[in-house]
Design a protein around this ligand. Structure first.
Ligand code: ZN
Length: 293
């Protein structure tokens, strides 16, 4: 396990605000997931004076591989993750360093003896994450929804590992980071107008993933932190192509959006809090269950 403490940049030091300070630990599968799914929420929590810790399960070496395969890509993605975390105001990054399982081109068929993340036992991985939760005195853990969003095996595994780790460490609030499925389908319809941006297979899989609106508990307004979210996404340059041989891919497509469109399109993030029944209105505060305790 490798830990690195990023100093909080001076301009991000929180203004004095009343109220308790909480510790939020955010568990993710790959470098860049933190920015895409929870970047605004992490930036908002840090800006409001809470301690934000990022735990990333894999090295991301099966990501878009134009940077070069294997170890080179993993090293580059580690640097990108540090830059993303700094943009979000994350106080500490813990990289568990497991092997990326891959998605469209699954890893593991090359006879390599190192097992991929999704093949490791939930119990072993939960113990690793629980150690961080205990060390930090975590109040909130974010993990993924049970579908793992769009179904990447590493994302499905992060759900199980996060739930088990919180139980081991006694972390009181567990939030499943997800996306409102209605939003996903609308975004796919828009993206489909750009030839080659989203494949039919991907669109079908993604459109059935994530979480139905009626099952969500939180919709967090992060429009005021869209700049930090955008900077975090931009830090993952190896996962971004905005032109060239293969056209626009991945994060690059989002970074092409004009800033006001980016803020509107990516200015909300969704969660389902475990053990809390969805109410008539979605909560905006990830610490809601901890207030007044
Ligand atoms: Zn991922």
């Amino acid at each position: 396990m490798v830990g690195a403490r990023n100093p909080v940049p001076r301009e991000r030091l929180p203004r004095e605000r009343p109220g308790p300070r909480f510790v939020l630990v955010s568990l993710h599968a790959h470098p860049d997931d933190e920015a895409l799914l929870t970047g605004g929420t992490l930036a908002r929590a840090a800006a409001e004076g809470h301690r934000v810790v990022l735990v990333v399960a894999t090295d991301g070496a099966a990501g878009l591989a134009d940077a070069g395969p294997g170890a080179d890509l993993a090293q580059r993605r580690t640097r990108e993750l540090a830059a993303s975390a700094a943009a979000l105001g994350v106080a500490r990054v813990v990289r568990l360093g497991h092997r990326d399982s891959g998605y469209l081109e699954p890893a593991g068929a090359d006879g390599d003896a190192v097992p991929v993340f999704s093949a490791l036992s939930v119990g072993q991985l939960a113990a690793e994450v629980a150690a961080v939760l205990r060390e930090e005195g975590a109040d909130v853990l974010t993990t993924y929804d049970a579908r793992g969003g769009y179904g990447h095996p590493d994302h499905v595994h992060v759900h199980a590992v996060g739930v088990a780790a919180a139980a081991l460490a006694g972390t009181p609030v567990v939030l499943e980071a997800t996306i409102d499925r209605t939003w996903v389908r609308r975004a796919l319809r828009v993206a489909a107008r750009v030839p080659g941006l989203v494949g039919d297979v991907t669109a079908d899989r993604v459109g059935e993933g994530f979480t139905a609106r009626g099952d969500l508990t939180h919709r967090v307004d992060v429009r005021a932190h869209a700049g930090a979210k955008r900077a975090a996404l931009a830090a993952h340059a190896s996962q971004s192509e905005t032109g060239g041989r293969r056209g626009v891919r991945g994060i690059g497509a989002l970074l092409l959006l004009p800033r006001p469109v980016f803020r509107r399109a990516l200015g909300r993030e969704w969660f389902t809090e475990r053990g809390r029944a969805p109410g008539p209105t979605l909560l905006d505060d990830v610490f809601a269950s901890l207030r007044g305790r």
